[in-house]
Write a protein that binds this ligand. Structure first.
Ligand SMILES: Nc1ncnc2c1ncn2[C@@H]1O[C@H](COP(=O)(O)OP(=O)(O)OP(=O)(O)O)[C@@H](O)[C@H]1O
Length: 365
C-alpha cells in the first residue's frame, strides 16, 4: 500500500513541539515526497533557535511515519527558516541570503495541484539539458503569442539561474501595495515575474529546496496575474525539485520540451519526457531549437547539431512536433539586448510566429 500525503500529515500531527502545537498544525512540513514505500520530507522550523531543540521531534517524525503501512524508508531533514521580516517590499539581499519575497505570510500548505485564478492555460517550457535555448524559446514564444493578441504571463521558474529579466529587457522591481500580493512587471506586452528582478544582476542564488518551493508558490499564487490566456513557465533545465514542485502545486495544461537535434540533448530530452509522464503532466509537443543554420553571407544551409533529430524523436514517442527554430547569431544578440528576436522580421521571427499560431490553432493557448 502506498501512503497518501493526508495519512502522513495525520501521523505528523501526533508529534508535539516544545513550544506548543504539532508538526502538521504548525505548517513545518516541506517537500513531502512519496516514492512508493520511500518517504522524504523536510521539517522547517521557524527559527534556528527552535530547530536546535527539535532533534527529538525529527526522530519522532521518522518513527511515526515509518510505522505506517507500506513504508520502507523514511528520510527527514531538519532545517530552519531564514530570518527576515514579512514585508511585501522586495529588496536586494546580501550575497548568499535569500531575498525577502514573503508577501502575506508563509505560503499555506496545499492538498494538491491548484489552478491559478484568472489564468486559462499554464504551459511549462522544459528541457532535459541546459543551454539548449529553453529560456530563449520561452521569451520569444511569449512575445509572439502576445503579438497575436493573447494575454500572456511569463513566470521564470529557473530560480537558480534566472535569465528572463535580461532576455525581456527589464530590471523593474515588482511592487506590492498591500504586502499581500505583488504585481508582475510588464515587458513587450508580457507580464513577467522572476527572482532575477529581486537580485543584483551578478548575484548568484544558492537556496535550499524548501525556500525554492515557497518562492514558486508565491510566484504562482501571490502575484496579481489578472486575466491571462496563458502563463508560460520557464523551468530550470533537467528533472529536479522545481519540476516536481510545480507538478504538485499547479494544474498545468502541459509542457513543451525544447531540444537541439544533437544526440546527447535528445537523450536528456527523453529523460524530461519520462519525468513528465511520472508526474502526470501531459507533454504537448517537442520544439527543435538551433535547427538549420543559414549562412547570412552566402545563404548556405548547415546542420551544425545534426538534422531532424527532434522530429524523429517526436515520431518515435508519438508526441506532436511543434516546429523548428533556426540557429542564428541574432537570436543571441537580440536576447542579450532584451529585445526578443520574435519582435522583428526574418526567418527566426517567422518561425516563432508559426509556432505561436500552431499553439493557438491547436487550442493549446
Ligand atoms: N536559435 C538560436 N540561435 C542562436 N543562439 C541561440 C538560439 N537559441 C538560444 N541561443 C543562445 O544560446 C544560449 C543559451 O540559451 P538559453 O539561455 O535560452 O538556454 P537554456 O536552455 O535556457 O539554458 P539554461 O540551461 O541556462 O537554462 C544563449 O546565449 C542564447 O542566446
Amino acid at each position: 500500500m502506498t501512503q497518501t500525503r493526508d495519512n502522513i500529515l495525520s501521523a505528523l500531527a501526533t508529534v508535539a513541539l516544545p513550544d506548543g502545537g504539532d508538526l502538521a498544525s504548525r505548517d513545518m512540513i516541506r517537500a513531502l515526497t512519496i516514492d512508493g514505500g520511500s518517504i522524504s520530507f523536510v521539517i522547517e522550523a521557524p527559527s534556528a533557535d527552535l530547530a536546535a531543540r527539535m532533534e527529538p521531534q525529527r526522530k519522532a517524525a521518522e518513527t511515526v511515519v515509518a510505522a505506517l503501512a507500506g513504508v520502507e524508508k523514511v528520510s527527514v531533514i531538519l532545517t530552519a527558516h531564514s530570518a527576515g521580516g514579512g514585508s511585501g517590499s522586495a529588496r536586494p539581499a546580501p550575497s548568499g541570503e535569500a531575498p525577502q519575497l514573503r508577501v502575506g505570510g508563509h505560503p499555506t500548505p496545499q492538498q494538491g495541484p491548484e489552478a491559478v485564478p484568472g489564468v486559462k492555460k499554464v504551459i511549462a517550457i522544459a528541457s532535459g539539458k541546459g543551454g539548449v535555448g529553453k529560456s530563449t524559446v520561452t521569451s520569444n514564444l511569449a512575445v509572439a503569442l502576445a503579438a497575436q493578441g493573447k494575454k500572456v504571463g511569463l513566470l521564470d521558474a529557473d530560480v537558480l539561474g534566472p535569465s528572463q529579466p535580461l532576455m525581456m529587457g527589464t530590471n523593474d522591481r515588482p511592487q506590492s501595495a498591500d504586502g499581500k500580493v505583488m504585481e508582475p512587471v510588464e515587458a513587450h506586452g508580457v507580464k513577467l515575474i522572476s527572482i532575477g528582478l529581486f537580485l543584483d544582476p551578478d548575484q548568484a542564488v544558492v537556496w535550499r529546496g524548501p525556500m525554492l518551493t515557497g518562492t514558486l508558490q508565491q510566484f504562482l499564487f501571490k502575484v496579481t496575474w489578472g486575466e491571462l490566456d496563458v502563463l508560460l513557465i520557464d523551468l530550470p533545465p533537467g528533472t529536479g525539485d522545481v519540476q516536481l514542485t510545480l507538478a504538485q502545486k499547479v494544474k498545468m495544461t502541459g509542457a513543451l520540451v525544447v531540444s537541439t537535434p544533437q544526440d546527447v540533448a535528445l537523450i536528456d530530452a527523453h529523460k524530461a519526457l519520462d519525468m513528465f509522464q511520472k508526474v502526470h503532466v501531459p507533454v504537448l509537443g517537442l520544439i527543435e531549437n538551433m535547427s538549420t543554420y543559414i549562412c547570412p553571407n552566402c545563404g548556405h544551409e548547415d546542420h551544425i547539431f545534426g538534422q531532424g533529430g527532434v522530429r524523429a524523436e517526436a515520431e518515435k514517442t508519438g508526441l506532436p512536433f511543434m516546429g523548428e527554430i533556426p540557429l542564428a547569431r541574432e537570436v543571441r544578440t537580440a536576447g542579450d539586448a532584451g529585445i526578443p528576436i520574435a519582435l522583428g522580421d526574418g526567418p527566426v521571427a517567422e518561425a516563432y510566429r508559426a509556432l505561436a499560431k500552431s499553439l493557438i490553432d491547436g487550442g493549446l493557448v
